[in-house]
Design a binder for this molecule. Sequence first.
Ligand code: PLP
Length: 478
Amino acid sequence: MEERLRAEALRSLPQVDEILRHPYMEASLALVGREPAADAAREAISHVRGEILSGNASDADADEIARDAARRAQALVEPSMRRVVNASGVIIHTNLGRSTLAAEAVEAVNQVMRGYSTLEYDTATMSRGSRHSHCESLICTLTGAEAAIAVNNNAAAVMMVLSEFASEREAVVSRGELVEIGGSFRIPDIMALSHARMVEVGTTNKTHLGDYERALTPETAMLLKVHPSNYRMIGFTEDVDISQLRKLADEHAAEGEERPLVYEDQGSGALLHLDAFGTYAEPTVAASLRAGADIVSFSGDKLLGGPQAGIIVGRRELIERLKANPLARALRLDKMTIAALEATLRLYLHPEEALRKVPTLRMLTESAEDVRARAESLLDSVAKLLPEGSANLTVVPEISRAGGGSLPMCDIPTYALEVRFLRGNAQDCGRHLVQDCPVPIVARISHEVVLCDARTLTGDDEMRLVAGGIASYFETVQ
Ligand SMILES: *Cc1c(COP(=O)(O)O)cnc(C)c1O
């Protein structure tokens, strides 16, 4: 019986032509043309076919399908990647594009995008130059490294370092550092991909120097240390720091073996020590190099506050080998990223300037009192727009997060506008802010309230958008 109904429903599915002739599709045809509109119709029909087959739909409604096809066609002409207002209080929000760029970096990108550039042209010799040259001396100045190379992202950097120096050899790593960074980046997988033989030592919570020592063999190419980024182990824990690893590597060499390289994947990789975060402050790249790391790699768009990139620093002969690796070509940066990275790095020449001008640093270090003033002015703007009896608005103390796997234990005190609903509710309002506002607004929804953290809301324009978004929600509820 059910089979028969299903077959009937499948037979009733409209043809593509029928959907194209439907009045709902008239505008779509004009908007995107016949072939793309037909594709949209096919997708919409196929979607309903799937629903019928899986038992989620019992019939095919041509009006519904045409409406869906029109939506799909419309999506073709609308930008998919759009600006978003981040009212979540998560500063390095990976889903929202991590770091926002300093005005100087945006301007630099603008310049090289609009015309030709010195990407691989050396004006001094009037001949071919290297794209690696633009950021290298800045990175070296800021970290004390001998040499540097920047590639597509830090995952690429880790991959490249392991392939170049530990392929078909052994890389020793603590079991406490076999981390997953999110998405599909897991240290053991990257090891396998680069053909490094992973030698795990220690336990989940404790790894001692002796564990590394016992793992050393003539095949040991590298002692790898991975910054655990997005989590912290607390309690009965122990790890081995870079200076101890370096000492061990040197002792191994003194016994006539090849000296293993000490490589730290630092993840966030701070260029400035953020004193404000006390003991939670991330170790700086310079400190790791001073402690004896041969190579350090870190992201461009986490604590650094620049574009997506992976920066590798270290001894010159090692970096030269990386530059000659074919992966350096496959994973190289494009001109826009180089421009943005160079401009961001330049701001760090004056740390005070970096703290003011690099948005990520500014948001991380802005005082709670300054954030509170913005939260209060947001409250005033929203209050002016809301009819009586809509909601209770208050400015409340809250916690912002660094995000992006940086400073995971750090509670950053902040202030947020709290909207408590007398009409409507927090879930609907949160959905409205994201889906119905011309610029989606990502706020925090917590139980019955919507929280707009003023720490990540910068500029009057964003404040206006948030106020307008909240007000427009109350226009939709009776
Ligand atoms: C974030 C992170 C990575 C990956 O860096 P991307 O720039 O996102 O590719 C690798 N290792 C650690 C320890 C990280 O924190």
